[in-house]
Structures are given as structure tokens and as C-alpha cells.
Design a binder for this molecule. Structure first.
Ligand SMILES: [Zn+2]
Ligand SMILES: [Zn+2]
Length: 77
């Protein structure tokens, strides 16, 4: 049997976590450098995210999936 209190707590927990899941990644997956939302960052088609220095070092090839890393468009406004 589920306790009503327990399921309320779970729903609230999910709601708190959800907006985070929608945010863009903010760190380079290779060196962990923080990437600003309107700064320079590179992503592959699977949304692996890297900083410029690592992208250049890897010749724009994603080490996770082998895809091409492209400049992430800046968030508009
Ligand atoms: Zn990096
Ligand atoms: Zn990738």
C-alpha cells in the first residue's frame, strides 16, 4: 500500500528536479570547465558538450560517439 504522504513528497521532488533536466549542459565533459550559456561551446548531435580548447584538441570529433562537434548557437535573448 502506498502512503499518500509518500507520493506527495515524491511528486514535489520530481517537480523540483524537472527544470534542471531541461537546462543546457554547463560544463565541458572533458575538462569540466564551466561553459557560459552565451559563451563559446561545442556540441555533437547527441549533445555531448565541450569547450573550445578541448574541441580543437580533439579535431572537432566527439570522443563519446564519434560525431562531429559543432559550435553551439548562442541562446537568443
Ligand atoms: Zn574542455
Ligand atoms: Zn557525442
Amino acid at each position: 500500500m502506498h502512503s499518500p504522504l509518500f507520493s506527495v513528497a515524491q511528486n514535489r521532488d520530481l517537480r523540483l528536479r524537472d527544470p534542471m533536466a531541461l537546462e543546457m549542459k554547463k560544463e565541458c565533459e572533458k575538462c569540466g570547465r564551466v561553459l557560459l550559456a552565451d559563451g563559446e561551446a561545442y556540441i555533437c548531435s547527441y549533445e555531448c558538450t565541450f569547450c573550445k580548447a578541448c574541441t580543437e584538441e580533439m579535431n572537432s570529433v566527439c570522443p563519446n560517439c564519434g560525431g562531429e562537434l559543432v559550435r553551439r548557437p548562442r541562446r537568443k535573448r
